[in-house]
Design a protein around this ligand. Structure first.
Ligand code: BYC
Length: 317
């Protein structure tokens, strides 16, 4: 009898989830949800949070070397935003029943990934522009789409993140435009940065749809609203025009407008490089993880102090 009742409760809860899905209503933390949906979100959201936090490293190197006070203030504000994005996303993921320390543990043991793009070095000041313009530009195309993702806390985090991300993209584009108006050497630096960041930025959207194992479930559960290839095409279309305006050349000899599709066709993406990088063997993987682990260890006293303070407040109340 008890077993029968439990099964009935379960099936009513499941149909409530399905009804919400059908009606395009957000799924909230206390709603019943299939285990696969919960796991899928934890994987994606924690990886998204890790990307925001690890993503501070390549640009962080340039705070003390920014060429003017204005540039330094802008870069500092941008990097602080990225940290905030990581925090919103960790908090949103925690509503699914995983703790922040478990997520960090998964990052440190290699179980959780972070975006391929942050395993490349930022070699000079033009790279700061390329990161803002191309990396944040790619991220925003993906994140605008995720504003309509089915999980309420994730979708709401995206709305706020997108507002900040558009400022990031513009600061990067402004920096690149300024360099393109500068000396021959500066123009060369900007083009070189574009050449190095273009292809890894295209990889940020993930493998082609035909090779993307999670896309099927992601569409079924309305976690993704547009596919990896659709979003990549959107990014290419708008970025090629922006490059032309400031005189940069897209490093792809096969790039060609396809009238029929209404999109650019692009050259072959080096997926061997992508899998090598996300498998832990990119140019900076070891450095990024070592830095994160050290900083996490060094910050242990802050977490302990915050926990002790909270315990004290609770004992007073
Ligand atoms: N990098 O089936 P697929 C930022 C993995 S940060 C690494 O297509 P899915 C910023 C994928 O995880 C913003 N791994 O997966 C911060 C899966 O492996 P697992 C970062 C990747 O989830 C600081 C396997 O490949 N944005 O803006 O359906 C400074 C198969 O892929 C990548 C996000 O994180 C990749 N690029 O689609 C500046 C967006 N792509 O998990 C800027 C949120 C794929 O089975 N994430 N993989 O081991 C998403 O939208 C989706 O997860 C993806 C992939 C589109 C990335």
């Amino acid at each position: 009898m008890e077993q029968k009742e439990a099964t009935e409760v379960q099936s009513v809860a499941m149909s409530a989830f399905e009804r919400k899905m059908e009606q395009d209503l957000p799924i909230e933390p206390k709603d019943h949800m299939p285990e696969g949906y919960r796991k899928h979100l934890i994987r994606q959201m924690s990886q998204h949070a890790h990307s925001e936090v690890i993503g501070m490293q390549p640009e962080g190197n340039w705070i003390t070397r920014a060429p003017s006070l204005r540039a330094r203030q802008i870069l500092l504000a941008k990097i602080q935003d990225e940290c905030g994005h990581g925090l919103y996303l960790y908090s949103a993921a925690e509503t699914l029943g995983i703790s922040r320390s478990e997520m960090v543990e998964q990052l440190h043991t290699g179980k959780a990934k972070y975006s391929n793009i942050f395993n490349y070095p930022a070699l000079n000041w033009a790279d700061v522009g390329a990161i803002g313009w191309l990396v944040d530009g790619a991220a925003i195309v993906n994140q605008v789409s995720l504003q309509r993702t089915s999980y309420g806390p994730y979708s709401r985090a995206m709305v706020r993140i997108c507002k900040e991300e558009s400022f990031h993209q513009r600061q990067g584009y402004e920096l690149m435009a300024k360099m393109m108006r500068g000396t021959a050497e500066q123009r060369e630096m900007a083009q070189d940065a574009m050449n190095r960041w273009w292809w890894p930025s295209l990889m940020m959207f993930g493998p082609h749809d035909t090779d993307s194992p999670h896309t099927g479930d992601a569409f079924k559960w309305k976690i993704k609203r547009q596919s990896n290839d659709e979003l990549r095409a959107k990014f290419i279309d708008k970025t090629v025009q922006q490059a032309e305006v400031i005189g940069l050349t897209v490093p792809d000899k096969d790039l060609k407008w396809n009238e029929e599709k209404g999109h650019y066709d692009h050259g072959v993406i080096n997926w061997d490089e992508f899998y090598k990088v996300i498998g832990g063997n990119g140019p900076c993987n070891a450095q990024r993880m070592a830095h994160h682990k050290k900083t996490h260890r060094d910050g242990a006293w802050v977490r302990e102090a915050a926990a002790a303070y909270m315990a004290k407040q609770e004992s007073i109340a």
